[in-house]
Design a protein around this ligand. Structure first.
Ligand code: AMP
Ligand code: MG
Length: 364
């Protein structure tokens, strides 16, 4: 039971009691399944992938703060409270009941320490109780691998646009290399922060998309669109300048719809520009979108237009696999399990600062 002491609040203790003392069935079906646990930030999620690569939906719950941003400790408490209910749902599903558990995968990093610790603790517990290997995975790379699983693309440039991360990634010599990234805040974080100043609760991205669409439908083509600072520097991006400028435009009396539209156009164009340059540099002809902001229809449209113009193809998984989800963790866990990789208990500490290019690709 010692490995569970990394979490020291009541929620985790109750969870341990539920898992260990009451027990959860460990069925012995024909096909092996990897269970994945995602807990890097706002979402706790369980999902499964069978050894043939067939995915289950994820069982997820999103932490929505009543006010302000995401406090890591509060999000971790949310994950503790939600864990047994979500796990019960996942372990009542057809895929779980019809198959046998091969391994438990969890997000080892990057992410918020207190949140990561909850997922890691649940994973260690299940791996002990079910006597199956434990596999710590890199969350950013899981976004790539679930995208490849779902869309069939082979060797893409990934535009990873989420709450905390904004990176343009491409594989080269056994690692996923970061070709460019945000120099300040993540693109989703920028959208959420702007939304919060306008009284729109977390997550603000989807509401900004609705407001931008309203403006798009009604805009006058002769109108002067709002210019915001465009934050591309070489292969890197920046979003905090455009956030401040957008807030100022609201203070100056511009409509919320028009500012949301401009914010999307500037932010998405900067990501697509860097992604295009990465494709040109690497010679790759597939672009894969991943991360929660990849749910947005406008960034998808921009990706498609850019790719068509250069004879390439843009891909994105369905929304449930763009946002953080346990199934993507299970998918990377499956690939690692296939090559015999697992994580010893003594190596299972979380790594909040884990980089995309720290992980060697040993599964392709
Ligand atoms: P993730 O961290 O990958 O789970 O993504 C969460 C982020 O995606 C949050 O910042 C959301 O505001 C953002 N997001 C989700 N849906 C949309 C959307 N339709 N348009 C823009 N951003 C979105
Ligand atoms: Mg993510």
């Amino acid at each position: 039971m010692g490995n569970f002491t990394t979490v020291n609040n009541d929620g985790a203790h109750n969870l341990w009691e539920q898992l260990y003392f009451k027990g959860i069935p460990h069925p012995e079906g024909m096909v092996g399944v990897v269970l994945g646990i995602e807990s890097t930030a706002h979402t706790l999620s369980f999902g499964m992938v069978d050894m043939n690569g067939k995915t289950s939906p994820s069982y997820s719950n999103l932490f929505r703060p009543e006010e302000g941003g995401i406090h890591p400790r509060e999000a971790a408490d949310h994950h503790c409270l939600m864990a047994s209910d979500l796990l019960r749902k996942a372990t009542s599903s057809e895929m779980f009941l019809d198959n046998k558990i091969e391994a438990i995968a969890f997000s080892q990093g990057p992410g918020l320490g207190p949140c990561l610790r909850i997922g890691a603790s649940i994973a260690r517990t299940l791996s002990e109780v079910w006597k199956v290997p434990l596999i710590g995975v890199n969350h950013c790379i899981a976004h790539i691998e679930i995208g490849k699983n779902q869309t069939g693309c082979k060797d893409p440039v990934l535009l990873y646009v989420s709450g905390g991360n904004t990176q343009v990634i491409a594989s080269s010599r056994n690692k996923y290399r970061v070709m460019g990234e945000t120099l300040d805040i993540g693109i989703g974080n920028m959208l959420d922060k702007f939304a919060r100043t306008q009284g729109i609760p977390f997550p603000g991205g989807p509401e900004i998309e609705i407001l931008a669409k309203k403006y798009e439908l009604n805009k006058d083509i002769n109108e002067n669109f709002i210019n915001l600072p465009y934050g591309v520097q070489g292969m890197d991006m920046g979003f905090s300048g455009m956030l401040t400028a957008a807030e100022r435009r609201i203070d100056a009396g511009d409509s919320l719809e028009s500012v949301c539209w401009s914010l999307q156009e500037h932010a998405f164009a900067s990501c697509i520009e860097v992604a295009e340059r990465a494709m040109a540099h690497t010679g790759k002809n597939e672009l894969l979108l991943g991360g929660g902001v990849a749910c947005n229809t406008r960034i998808r449209e921009m990706a498609k237009i850019m790719c068509e113009e250069r004879g390439a193809t843009a891909y994105w998984p369905e929304k449930q696999f763009c946002i953080d989800n346990g199934t993507m963790i299970a998918e990377l866990g499956r690939l690692l399990h296939n090559v015999g990789y697992n994580t010893k208990l003594s190596d299972s500490a979380i790594n909040p600062m884990l980089r995309t290019d720290h992980t060697e690709i040993i599964w392709d």
